[in-house]
Ligand binder design. Structure first.
Ligand code: ATP
Ligand code: MG
Ligand code: MG
Ligand code: MG
Length: 438
């Protein structure tokens, strides 16, 4: 992509309304634009990151055996009357009436709708276990939307729902999602710690929130420092096998949110030098809630004795539009964002320092097409402007590598490659430059 033809509305000034660094940088880097309170448009650069986050989530959900579908954003109020949540949910729910006077709502979550799909089609224990997920916009009329897409009103969520014959099988489904979450966040460059959590309006008795430590986080959290160093299960993990050992290993170390903290136990279990009492960002949550929805909504299957039983369910959410600012909170410096390679909007920025110099233009053209041919997604800064502004933009939008082309280097047949994260610069010959990126 040529920057001169792209849509990258970077801001020079720091927006006053943005209180935290990720919000400031997302606005300054031209990733998002606020449309109304808690409503954001994702501009091209931001949308590319969001799509990469989505790809990773889908790959890891699929690997763990979950199956993707897509449900609508609007739901019938009647479904929520069946579960009893229509009245309970309160003011966070956006309620809508259509022209026929029917009550609808913009879904804040999808337990009811997925239970309805399940009960319409699944009748036998032989069809279990089943885990269905979608990635769809949600709406919650947050009392205080803030920090950009970190807490917005409309936000993109991955929500998965598991169905099992009994609690034992449901806990296995829970473990599969638990392990998939560890892998998912890791691949995005995040260290997310599973912490015992309250279940809130979703209900149930077993739940973990996945928390990224950050001073700007809205949750108070308490955990054992050793959790930060724990290795993550590899890609070839057998999801059909017994995952309880991994989950036990993670949950044996103390980690709880402020709603669940028992200070005595925290202090007894964790040596003082390993205690972390900090702030964190909730980037996901997993729940087991048994028959909470299947019972009132009649989601039942025949077991192997021909008896009808309500299925045991769990649900598993990740806020994609919150994950993006969470990555920025974890990965930035005073000059801008530092994207982990896995979610970077482009892999490389190609910078022409002097557009009035024919040799520079020619070399950039050549490198640009070679890079594209090598399958590298490159943003080519071909704008007719000074080098300082180009460097500032490149650092601000945080692509992992910059390839810098200018008359001085070309005299020696060289271009410069800069690693955005380490700041390391090296001169490489034009002929091998593409090799260095691959
Ligand atoms: P919070 O405690 O931040 O209000 P929640 O516990 O209400 O979140 P869940 O119902 O657990 O949220 O939803 C699953 C995930 O969706 C959360 O872990 C979070 O990543 C994301 N999420 C929830 N609310 C928002 C929001 N207003 N904006 C962006 N992401 C959100
Ligand atoms: Mg909430
Ligand atoms: Mg919460
Ligand atoms: Mg939650």
């Amino acid at each position: 992509m040529r920057l001169s033809r792209y849509f990258l509305p970077v801001l020079k000034e720091t927006p006053k309304e943005a209180e935290i660094v990720s919000h400031r940088l997302m606005l300054r880097a031209g990733m998002i634009k606020q449309e109304a309170s808690g409503l954001y448009a994702w501009l091209p650069l931001g949308y590319k990151v969001l799509r990469k986050v989505q790809d990773i989530i889908e790959q890891e959900q699929n690997r763990a055996g979950a199956i993707e579908l897509l449900m609508p954003t609007l739901q019938s109020a009647d479904l929520w009357r069946e579960s009893g949540r229509y009245d309970d949910y309160g003011k966070e729910m956006l309620r809508i009436e259509d022209r026929h006077g029917r009550d609808l709502l913009y879904g804040p979550t999808n337990e009811e709708m997925i239970t309805n799909i399940f009960r319409s089609h699944v009748k036998s224990y032989k069809d279990l276990p089943l885990n269905l997920y979608h990635i769809q916009w949600k709406f919650r009329d947050e009392i205080r939307p803030r920090f950009g897409t970190m807490r917005s009103r409309e936000f993109l969520m991955k929500d998965a729902y598991s169905f099992d014959l009994d609690k034992e099988a449901a806990v296995k489904s829970y473990h599969r999602m638990f392990v998939a979450y560890l892998r998912t966040y890791k691949r995005m460059g995040l260290t997310a710690i599973p912490m015992r959590a309250e279940t809130g309006p979703i209900g149930g008795d077993l739940s973990h929130e996945f928390i990224v430590l950050a001073d700007t986080g809205e949750s108070g959290v308490f955990c054992d420092r050793d959790l930060l160093e724990k290795p993550i299960p590899a890609a070839d993990i057998d999801y059909d096998g017994d995952l309880s050992e991994i989950v036990d290993d993670w949950t044996s170390l103390y980690a709880a949110t402020e709603d669940m903290i028992e200070m005595d136990k925290f202090e007894a279990d964790v040596p003082e030098d390993r205690r972390i009492a900090a702030r964190g960002i909730e980037v996901g949550q997993v729940f087991y809630f048994g028959e909470k929805y299947s019972e009132p909504m009649g989601a039942k299957v025949l077991n192997d004795e021909g008896k009808e039983v309500a299925v045991h369910m769990g649900s598993y959410g990740i806020g994609l539009t919150r994950v993006v600012p969470a990555i920025i909170e974890a990965c930035h410096d005073e000059d801008g964002i530092i994207w982990p390679v896995s979610v970077a909007p482009f892999e490389l920025g190609l910078i022409n320092l002097k557009t009035s110099d024919d040799a520079s233009v020619e070399t950039c053209q050549k490198l640009y097409s070679e890079l594209k041919n090598a399958g590298i997604d490159v943003l080519y800064d071909d704008r007719d402007m000074g080098a300082g502004g180009k460097f500032a933009t490149a650092d601000l939008i945080g692509l992992p590598f910059q390839m810098i082309v200018g008359p001085r280097g070309l005299k020696n047949g060289e271009v410069e490659i800069k690693d955005r994260k380490t700041g390391e610069r090296s001169n490489v010959s034009i002929d091998t430059a593409v090799e260095h990126i691959r």
